[in-house]
Design a protein around this ligand. Structure first.
Ligand SMILES: Cc1cc2nc3c(=O)[nH]c(=O)nc-3n(C[C@H](O)[C@H](O)[C@H](O)COP(=O)(O)OP(=O)(O)OC[C@H]3O[C@@H](n4cnc5c(N)ncnc54)[C@H](O)[C@@H]3O)c2cc1C
Length: 356
């Protein structure tokens, strides 16, 4: 109760860490809260992380390089994705009638120009944490925003602990705002929009093959043939290993069977393309990450604060159309610019940049 922080940043993923790291150059009274044991959010397990080339991506990577002090952006690689169809490998030309509902989540992999990253996400996290001069509090779940006189006065952590602050920057999952904000500060239409936004569980299959399957590093976009096997997935071979991902709607993924079926179908597709690639000796690792993607099309104030609460800013990239690393870095910059800590020449990608 004794401290009142200048800034309380909720969520230590790429967005929260970037914002907190920059703010802590101005004041040490910055508290960074995360429900997990460690910082980094999704970037702790960035399977198949890619950043397609775009002017906005360059700006975001420059911002990240300034914050971390490391060179991140490498040359642009030209590499078109492949697909397997009617017994042969072909250049991927689009989904046509088989466009999956999670098309937007796959869009980055359909690109043919992306950056060869000189430093990978785990190093970004390490450097951002090193440069952060405030206090990091892991295992701290924000369970409620408490409002007095039209401003967030404090948040409750783990149900009971009060954290007082002058400014709050929320970089957690937007869906949770429906339960974190007092109902009088989130209007019914916005609540409905948030709860109806489709989010995905990302299922990842990592395979250690017995031998090299292919030395082609292109992304493979496999779509399936028979009606019951249409589970679109994307994968990449790296040496004798390969990584494959697909998406299942969050509400369906609660049933482990559904995810299990999707992974089985992916394996069938890999075997169809590369018949000898999987046998009883190949090692497989599965991971399942909920809450992927989803574009929360909500209207924030021009300064990125919550319309009803002027000292609550939203840092999550999922309010941007580009709900990926680029959208996240853009949103973090917009919030910092509004707070007066970055040049405000940033475009709001939501209105300017075409989606990848
Ligand atoms: C599985 C997965 C794979 C992805 N792959 C790619 C990719 O390849 N390329 C790409 O460009 N983008 C990818 N993305 C998009 C990715 O979400 C963004 O690029 C970016 O990393 C998101 O950063 P963030 O800080 O907004 O969110 P996150 O990384 O999700 O971090 C949010 C943090 O907030 C914490 N938190 C949430 N709620 C609370 C609370 N109530 N109290 C306290 N802490 C809380 C969480 O524990 C978490 O650490 C992926 C996302 C996921 C989930």
């Amino acid at each position: 109760m004794s401290s009142i922080y200048d800034y309380v940043v909720i969520g230590s993923g790429l967005s929260g860490l970037s914002i907190a790291s920059r703010l802590s150059q101005e004041t040490e009274k910055v508290l960074l809260l995360d429900s997990s044991e460690v910082a980094g959010g999704w970037l702790r397990k960035p399977h198949l992380a890619i950043i397609p080339e775009s002017p906005l991506a360059e700006k975001g990577l420059q911002f990240l390089e300034d914050l971390t002090g490391i060179k991140i952006q490498g040359d642009v690689i030209e590499q078109s994705p492949l697909t397997y169809d009617e017994g042969t490998f072909k250049a991927f030309m689009g989904f046509g009638e088989k466009t999956p509902d999670f098309y937007e989540e796959l869009a980055p992999y359909c690109s043919s120009r992306f950056y060869n990253l000189k430093a990978l996400p785990p190093l970004w996290i390490e450097r951002l944490l090193e440069n952060f001069k405030g206090t990091f509090s892991p295992r701290s779940i924000v369970t409620k925003f408490i409002v007095e006189n039209g401003q967030v006065q404090h948040v409750l952590v783990n149900g009971t602990k009060k954290i007082l602050g002058k400014n709050f920057i929320y970089c957690g999952d937007v869906k949770s705002l429906n339960r974190l904000l007092p109902s009088e500060f989130i209007n019914g239409k916005v609540q409905t929009k948030i709860s109806k936004t489709k989010t995905w569980t990302r299922a990842t299959l990592q395979i250690d093959h017995e031998a090299l399957v292919t030395d082609n590093p292109a992304f493979h976009i496999l779509i399936g043939t028979a009606q019951e096997e249409i589970v679109t997935c994307v994968g990449q071979f790296q040496g004798p290993h390969s990584t494959w991902i697909t998406f299942v709607p969050d509400e369906e993924a609660e049933d482990a069977e559904v995810v299990g079926q999707a992974l089985k179908r992916i394996k069938r597709q890999i075997k169809r393309a590369y018949p000898d690639s999987i046998n009883e000796n190949t090692l497989e690792k599965i991971s399942v990450q909920p809450n992927f993607g989803g574009h929360f099309d909500i209207k924030l104030s021009a300064n990125q604060s919550w319309p009803e609460l002027e000292n609550l800013w939203i840092g999550s990239g999922t309010v941007q159309k580009n709900r990926n690393i680029v959208g996240t870095l853009n949103q973090a910059q917009l919030v910092l610019a509004s707070l007066g800590f970055l040049a405000a020449d940033l475009e709001n990608e939501a209105s300017h940049e075409a989606e990848i």
